[in-house]
Design a protein around this ligand. Structure first.
Ligand SMILES: [Zn+2]
Length: 222
């Protein structure tokens, strides 16, 4: 990894990049073919930087196709950069006594913005979630502003900040609903690279320990 790439990715650059790449075998930035990361193939990191906003998109490349490098993006291709703030989520629920936790992540783990957070976590951060560095098993996340709340509507879980519904999930299990009503609170955690397609508690805790997640406690209301 070049020093320039390392500097842009910040602390724990290699850990972050590796876990993001492992989410699924990425396509090569240069040739478009899949890089078999899961099978041990090395992926170099190419960072495309928006010269206007400083946002970055992390690409991967076969080592024969490109070295790790920083390239200047075309800021006029605005649609591509808007994708970085596209609010698409995958979600998983994890019972982390004493807290009921809900984990969310962007469906696009390769989109990062300046500062190391992806568009989704940055958007949630601007709504009041704060950086969480504590392993989930001992989470002591801050309580969110009173405007935040969650409730159950016709079996769906709704999470809102004030009047704006930001998340709605269907298919909540009766156990989850019972636990939520009992706890009266939900620990909401968001990160780009939790790896929720194949949840692994150790990996989730690594993301939390390295400051890659934002979170807060959302009050339940009837
Ligand atoms: Zn290639």
């Amino acid at each position: 990894m070049s020093a320039q790439v390392r500097e842009l990715l910040g602390d724990h650059a290699e850990l972050r990049a590796r876990s993001a790449a492992m989410a699924n075998d990425p396509e090569c930035w240069r040739c478009g073919h899949e890089i078999a990361v899961a099978a041990g193939e090395v992926a170099n990191i190419v960072i495309e930087r928006n010269p206007t906003t400083g946002d970055i998109i992390v690409h991967y490349a076969h080592s024969g196709c490109s070295s790790s490098q920083v390239v200047e993006g075309d800021a006029s291709r605005s649609a591509m950069w808007e994708k970085a703030t596209d609010l698409n989520f995958t979600a998983a629920l994890r019972s982390a006594r004493p807290r009921l936790a809900m984990l969310i992540e962007s469906r696009n783990p390769f989109m990062l913005v300046a500062g190391g957070l992806d568009g989704v976590t940055q958007s949630l951060s601007s709504r009041g979630l704060v950086s969480v560095r504590t392993p989930l098993s001992a989470a002591t996340a801050p309580k969110l502003d009173n405007a935040w709340a969650c409730w159950i509507d016709a079996g769906d879980l709704i999470i809102a900040d004030g009047p704006g519904e930001i998340l709605r999930y269907d298919g909540m299990s009766p156990e989850f609903i019972r636990a939520l009503k009992h706890d009266r609170a939900l620990l909401l955690l968001a990160a780009a690279d939790f790896g929720l397609e194949a949840p692994d508690p150790a990996r989730i805790d690594i993301v939390l320990a390295t400051g890659g997640a934002v979170g807060g406690i959302v009050k339940y209301r009837d």
